[in-house]
Structure formats: structure tokens, C-alpha cells
Design a protein around this ligand. Structure first.
Ligand code: ATP
Length: 222
């Protein structure tokens, strides 16, 4: 994201890609304007939150008119750096990593896995989808050469920290960590943590303890 988003609260920033996807659909369908109630229904975020989020970037809807779709679209495209593809590296081509390599992230946003790494000799040298798998010994040099800014970690938890340490001095600015390990990084690097087992466990807990809580039935914090 570019500098303009720095003043936006993080919770709002996290919802921007969600809004962007829906606004894109509206634009493609030829719609000129959208109300916060319509947006709310589609993205499952309450309309007061949407109005507050949008007010941060100066999109002030008019009563009885709503928001201008073209304005929103150009704002999101600029703010989310959609005019530029962000290059991503995947480290650890196991079951989860393989699924990511087969998934077309470009379908919904401008990120692309350019390159993958593993230590398994049976995987190194092969290609999954369009992505080459390289030996881990080439990690730093290739990240720098290709100017990769994001790393997805799908390695065993035990090696997550040492791999993280080894990419600190490269072009990497953000890590999407799918391992259960909590990572120590300097403040110049941002880590987002997605632990699928923990998410499942939390869902099981909520189903059991809040079975009738329909008001808060969508978790928008992630
Ligand atoms: P698989 O069935 O292929 O083993 P998995 O997801 O169950 O997949 P994991 O043990 O989680 O297996 O390992 C994920 C991947 O990370 C594997 O391809 C493994 O070879 C790779 N890997 C293990 N250690 C490292 C490391 N230090 N650096 C890079 N990749 C590694």
C-alpha cells in the first residue's frame, strides 16, 4: 500500500481489499453508484463501519445517493497499488505450498508468486504451474535479484525462524506466515500470521459457545 494509507487505522486498511473486490464487480456490471446499505449486505460489514472506513479517505456518500463507484474504484486501485504487480516468493513446497502455487492470485488481486524454494531434492528443479522451484541455498541471491518483497512461509514450524533470519537482509518487507511458529523480526519487516488449525479451533469454539449469536456471525478481523 502507498503512503496515503498510513493514516488509515489498520482495521480499516485490512478491509480495503474486500471493498475493492466488490466495487470492481459493481463497476464491471456497469453500476454508477452504491449505497452503504448495499455494500454492507454484499461484504457483510455493518454500514456504520463502512461509512466510517470510507470517511478516512474522503469518500463522503450523499444521503439518498450513496457513493460514486468510479471514484471508489480509482481510490482503491491507487491505494492498494493495483497498477503494479507485487512479486511474492513461496518457501516450502509441501501440501499447502503446492496448493498456493496452483492458485491464481492474479485473478483477484495484483500479487504473483514468482519463485519457490525447498530443500527436497525431488522438488528442486521442477515447476508447479508457472513457478520454478529452487534450492534453499539460492534463497537470498534470487530474492535480491528478482526484487521480491513478500515471502509466504509454508515450511515446518521448526525451521521458520531460521529461514526468516536468513531473509532479513534481502528485498523482503513482508512475510505471510502459515506456520504455527511466532517469528521475531525487526520493525522494518511486517509479519501476518495465518494459522489454519487455530482458526478452525476458534470456529469450533464459537459454534459450541455462541450457537445463537447471529449478529456477530461474520469474523471480519482477519
Ligand atoms: P509434504 O507432504 O510434501 O511433506 P507437508 O506440508 O506435510 O508436505 P512439511 O513437513 O510441512 O510437509 O514441509 C513443507 C515443505 O517444506 C516440504 O516440501 C519440505 O521439503 C520443505 N522444507 C522443510 N524444511 C525446509 C527448509 N529448511 N527450507 C525450505 N523448505 C523446507
Amino acid at each position: 500500500m502507498n503512503e496515503e494509507t498510513l493514516k488509515i487505522p489498520q482495521a480499516t486498511a485490512k478491509r480495503l481489499p474486500l471493498y475493492y473486490r466488490f466495487i470492481q464487480n459493481l463497476h464491471n456490471a456497469g453500476k454508477q453508484r452504491v449505497s452503504s446499505a448495499e455494500l454492507s449486505e454484499a461484504v457483510k460489514v455493518d454500514s456504520a463501519t463502512i461509512r466510517r472506513d470510507f470517511s478516512y479517505f474522503g469518500a463522503l456518500g450523499k444521503k439518498g445517493y450513496g457513493y460514486n463507484v468510479n471514484y471508489l474504484l480509482s481510490f482503491f486501485r491507487k491505494t492498494l497499488d493495483q497498477d503494479e504487480v507485487t512479486k511474492v516468493a513461496l518457501i516450502g513446497v509441501g501440501n499447502l505450498g503446492t496448493a498456493f502455487l496452483n492458485y491464481n492470485f492474479l485473478k483477484n488481486n495484483n500479487t504473483k508468486i514468482e519463485i519457490a524454494f525447498d530443500i527436497d531434492k525431488n522438488k528442486v528443479g521442477k515447476k508447479i504451474g508457472q513457478v520454478h522451484i529452487y534450492d534453499l541455498s539460492e534463497l537470498q541471491s534470487r530474492l535480491i535479484e528478482e526484487n521480491i518483497s513478500i515471502a509466504i512461509l509454508t515450511v515446518p514450524a521448526e525451521v521458520a525462524q531460521s529461514i526468516t533470519d536468513s531473509i532479513l537482509e534481502t528485498s523482503i518487507k513482508g512475510i505471510l506466515n502459515f506456520t504455527p511458529a511466532r517469528l521475531n523480526v525487526p520493525s522494518s519487516i511486517r509479519v501476518h500470521h495465518i494459522d489454519l488449525a487455530v482458526e478452525l479451533q476458534a470456529l469450533v469454539y464459537f459454534l459450541k459457545h455462541y450457537p445463537n449469536d447471529t449478529e456477530n456471525s461474520q469474523d471480519e478481523t482477519n
